[in-house]
Design a protein around this ligand. Structure first.
Ligand code: SF4
Length: 440
């Protein structure tokens, strides 16, 4: 059973009387377990939907619609399938206490992997889950492989009941399911020969393993389970050797690089990040693979659109990871706009100084670095440090931080998204000011 959260106006659902709170029970006689069933079973043009209205009345809707016409139903969020592993490097285990509750959910859910690109280990898959993946052709999936060596994977996931991932991946591949894979590397556990074996195994899956990513373990000062070694520069360089050797092999044999190191891996290794063509269509950008290169590209492409902002002083807040990346970008933007940009690097007070990415900065960090800066006309902050409700990870709101600091704040992904609007009318500026305090 699934429940309706909202009904869009002027939709089929509104017309036939589906209400928020309606329980959707079956489609064409098939019982609905979750949003996937609804999504796939309602793809037909003619469907019979058994439902129960919020008052308890049983109804059957006979619906016919044009091909592709949406029904207009938004479902309540699904119950997330929880993780049965206990990885020492788990980011959730590395969260400080007292954050909002959803942040502590350790999801390991193939459905969210398909729908949103969340990585899943597949270690909790049952036979009926495989059958659903195969029937609905849930592809591509995002899989946290970490190691194809069974013993190494059991250790990494800290779960003695973990199934053999290669058996799982081969079955999915045989069913035509494609996978984006990642290996989070814990030094001495799944680097070296174990990584070599993983890359060899995944490569043997052919086009089914679309990409593989190698990501260094990321820890916070609260990663209390972790007993492994810390990632260091020699290890990062050694990891890149595997990545580049297999990437070159894939490029010459298949025409695509296939395996990628994360941006953080290049930064740890002290190596220059690859050029855009290295990443193809940036298949794992959400996983921090090529994000810096993509930002450089977007900045370069947007320069000609930027307005003149002569005389303005603009603060740009970022995390320590970007401290060495940003200056050349800001120089280009200064040249294009005439404004003076000042890089303001904030350490992470919530997770500790080892957490360097800009997107994990807390509201308190933004307050701390901007509060004394009365000399700035406005400041740009990382747009991905706030969620869709404009809340930072420490539950500080953009609204509250904006009121606290002495300049307007604009969440920005790539500078141009904010700066191009600043040349607009006073109304546009007011809109931006409103966006600065009310939207992500
Ligand atoms: S698979 Fe490991 S890292 Fe992922 S949520 Fe579970 S315990 Fe955490």
């Amino acid at each position: 059973m699934i429940r309706v959260a909202r009904v869009r106006s002027d939709s089929i659902a509104e017309e036939i009387g589906i209400l928020p709170g309606t329980e959707l029970l079956t489609v064409n006689g098939r019982v609905l377990d979750d949003f996937l069933d609804w999504e796939f079973l309602t793809a037909e043009e003619a469907i019979d939907v058994e439902a129960r209205l919020p008052g308890g009345e049983a109804v059957i809707y006979e619906i016919e619609r044009e091909d592709g016409e949406p029904l207009g139903v938004e479902l309540e969020p699904p119950t997330v399938r929880r993780c049965a592993n206990r990885c020492e490097f788990c980011f959730v285990e590395g969260l400080p206490k007292g954050l909002r509750r959803p942040l502590y959910i350790r999801d390991d859910d193939y459905r969210l992997s398909f729908a949103y690109g969340n990585f899943a280990t597949l270690s909790n898959l049952k036979e009926k889950d495989f059958l659903r993946i195969e029937e609905y052709r849930l592809s591509p999936l995002y899989v946290s492989v970490h190691a194809t060596n069974h013993e190494a994977r059991r250790t990494l996931l800290n779960n003695p009941r973990v199934p053999d991932v290669m058996e799982q991946l081969r079955r999915l591949a045989a069913a035509g399911i494609q996978m984006h894979c990642q290996m989070v590397i814990v030094p001495s556990l799944n680097d070296g020969d174990v990584l070599e074996e993983s890359l060899r195994d995944l490569y043997s899956l052919g086009a089914s393993a679309i990409t593989a990513a190698v990501v260094p373990v990321g820890l916070t000062q609260f990663s209390h389970l972790y007993t492994g070694k810390r990632m260091d520069q020699p290890t990062a360089l050694a990891l890149l050797e595997h990545v580049e050797r297999w990437g070159n092999k894939a490029l010459s044999e298949r025409g695509e690089r296939w395996v990628f190191g994360s941006d953080e891996l290049y930064l740890l290794a002290g190596r220059e990040l690859p050029a855009p063509e290295h990443y193809g269509d940036f298949p794992q950008i959400e996983n921090g693979i090529g994000a810096v290169t993509a930002l450089r590209m977007r900045v370069a492409e947007g320069l000609s659109e930027l307005p003149r902002l002569d005389g303005k002083r603009i603060g740009v807040v970022t995390g320590t990871a970007m401290a060495s990346i940003m200056p050349p970008l800001l120089q280009q933007i200064e040249k294009a706009t005439g404004a003076r940009f000042e890089l303001i690097v904030a350490e992470n007070s919530l997770f500790g100084v080892t957490t360097s990415v800009a997107g994990l900065l807390a509201g308190a960090d933004i307050r701390r670095v901007l509060q004394p800066r009365t000399d700035l006309d406005f400041a740009l902050i990382p747009a991905d440090s706030i969620n869709e409700s404009s809340l930072f990870l420490d539950d500080d709101s953009l609204d509250a931080v904006s009121r606290f600091v002495p300049m307007p704040l604009y969440p920005s992904y790539d500078f141009a998204d904010v700066l191009t609007d600043l040349s607009g009318s006073p109304e546009t500026r007011m809109h931006l000011n409103s966006a600065a305090t009310h939207a992500a």
